[in-house]
Write a protein of this length. Structure first.
Ligand code: ADP
Length: 485
């Protein structure tokens, strides 16, 4: 089988969140399972300089975009057997200081940029020499691809068109644009209705994916159920319920080549579930790096997050205000909404010597926080999958999570199964409930034997990609089965 994956982010070339990690790991894992895998993604600024092995190709895109035509080149990076990454080279759209925004505001031409991307993906699926059997699209930036492919199958004689799988990584990001943007798709008006791409009078790219893909997936089983409810559906719960026979929740895996406590270039002191001495040293090193007093005996809590409403920053700040009076330390690495950045810095200022905050994006520090902390806070309002709690588990850092989405699917509380317990969960979205969970963590920290038991369970929990990949292969087969039907 041959699979074409399209995503606006792919680690290590571009990343604003878990999407990039997931796509890179899925692609690698598919190739290792024997699938010919190609990933198509934009060539953003700096990628070519950082990865000089990315080579030009002769392939040239020339696609209609409303009334004009737009061209792009294609560059190629063979990664390993059966896996290549292709980069869409259109500097006007993609060579910018960041991926989607400038000074906190979305680029005004995001619709044009990503409709162009979607068109190139569909074009490549049809005209490249290696024809894919399945095209796997990710998030709103690639959401129009299933419709573009379907339309060409129905109206343009593409009888051998591949089947499409669409994965929703976060229903909150939908790619909503004014109705006028729809003209850029060059699609007939037939699809612009409430059962199609229309959403409150505008164009909704995510909805296009949901409505027209042969199969939809999201990144955890619980999130798949949640998004079919009004509370979590972001206005699309009805469309999702309508497609529930073709919707599956597949928990993301973890790339354990990268997220490892041994042979990790970011960690000074390696450790394993049996040999935790390195973790204790990583803790002291982290305290020093963050400017906190070095003290092996104080429980250290950590957080690595986009500072947005989704991640429960408000209840985290509330709970910490209360709990930092206790004997504990807290470190945070994050960036996002200016008001949350300010509030986090104020917290650190007020609780100097107990709380330390680093605003910014730093992959190395993310590993050191995962390794050096005793507990990891992830009190998300909603969480499609979440990767950090799974990284925490592997690093023996006990996650404290809210019972939602992928957090609920990946962490085991003693109340769920006391033999397998590896984390602490709470349900109510409130600072009070989180503070209570932190208090439980402080008690756990005092019980060294029980803490070791939690840590061992955590570090041996297995979220490797083989299982996830097998599930995606089943979905691809189902999608292909639809072709035969
Ligand atoms: P989301 O995709 O919603 O942001 P996930 O937990 O699925 O959340 O994935 C977040 C990914 O981004 C993880 O790999 C995490 O380590 C990384 N990350 C988030 N913020 C930062 C940051 N400030 N510095 C370094 N890595 C970060």
């Amino acid at each position: 089988m041959r699979v074409l994956i399209a995503s606006s982010e792919v680690h290590p070339f571009s990343k604003t969140g878990g999407l990039a990690d997931m796509v890179a790991a899925l692609a690698k894992s598919l190739a290792r399972a024997g699938i010919e895998t190609t990933v198509l993604t934009p060539l953003y600024r700096g990628i070519a300089e950082k990865f000089p092995d990315i080579a030009p190709t002769d392939y040239l895109f020339d696609v209609p975009l409303g009334a004009k035509r737009v061209q792009a080149g294609l560059r190629r990076l063979p990664v390993e057997e059966r896996l290549e990454i292709l980069f869409l080279d259109q500097p006007g759209y993609f060579s910018r200081p960041s991926l989607y925004q400038e000074n906190g505001a979305d680029f005004a031409d995001n619709a044009e940029r990503f409709i162009f991307f979607a068109k190139c993906v569909a074009h490549f699926a049809r005209y490249s020499p290696a024809k894919p059997d399945v095209v796997h699209l990710h998030d709103w930036q690639a959401g129009l691809v299933p419709l573009l492919i379907l339309d060409q199958r129905l109206r343009d004689g593409w009888s051998s068109a591949p089947r499409t799988c669409f994965t929703i990584h976060n229903l909150a990001f939908q790619g909503n644009f004014p109705r006028s943007s729809y003209a850029l798709t060059n699609l007939p008006a037939d699809y612009f209705h409430p059962g199609g791409v229309e959403f409150y009078g505008g164009l909704n790219c995510l909805k296009a994916g949901i409505a027209y893909a042969d199969f939809n997936t999201t990144v955890s089983p619980r999130y798949a159920r949640e998004i079919m409810t009004e509370a979590y559906g972001c206005g699309l719960d009805g469309v999702l319920r309508g497609r529930q026979d073709a919707l599956a929740g597949i928990l993301n895996g973890v790339d354990y080549d990268e997220w490892t406590t041994t042979k990790n270039p970011f960690l000074k002191h390696p450790f394993t579930a049996r040999q935790l001495a390195g973790k204790a040293k990583d803790k002291l090193a982290l305290q020093a790096e963050m400017g906190l007093p070095q003290n092996a005996g104080v429980p250290l809590f950590g957080s690595i997050t986009r500072l947005t409403d989704q991640k429960g920053i408000d209840i985290q700040l509330g709970a910490l205000e209360e709990m930092l009076a206790a004997k504990m330390q807290f470190v945070l690495l994050g960036s996002g909404a200016p008001e949350f950045e300010r509030a986090c810095q104020q917290l650190a200022h007020k609780h100097q010597g107990r709380a330390a905050v680093r605003i910014g994006y730093d992959a190395g520090l993310a590993h050191r926080i995962e390794a050096g902390c005793d507990f990891f806070l992830m009190p998300s309002r909603f969480e499609p999958c979440g990767l950090n709690q799974m990284y925490s588990l592997r690093y023996g850092t006990i996650p404290i999570v809210r019972r939602t989405g992928g957090l609920d699917d990946s962490v085991i509380d003693a109340g769920d199964d006391d033999e397998l317990a590896d984390g602490i969960k709470f349900s109510e979205y409130s600072a009070r409930a989180l503070a209570k969970a932190i208090r439980k963590a402080l008690l756990l920290y005092e019980d060294k034997k029980l803490l070791r038991f939690f840590r061992r369970n955590a570090m041996t929990a297995d979220f490797s990609w083989e299982r996830t990949t097998a599930e995606y292969l089943r979905v691809y087969q189902r999608a292909r089965g639809l072709a035969a039907a």
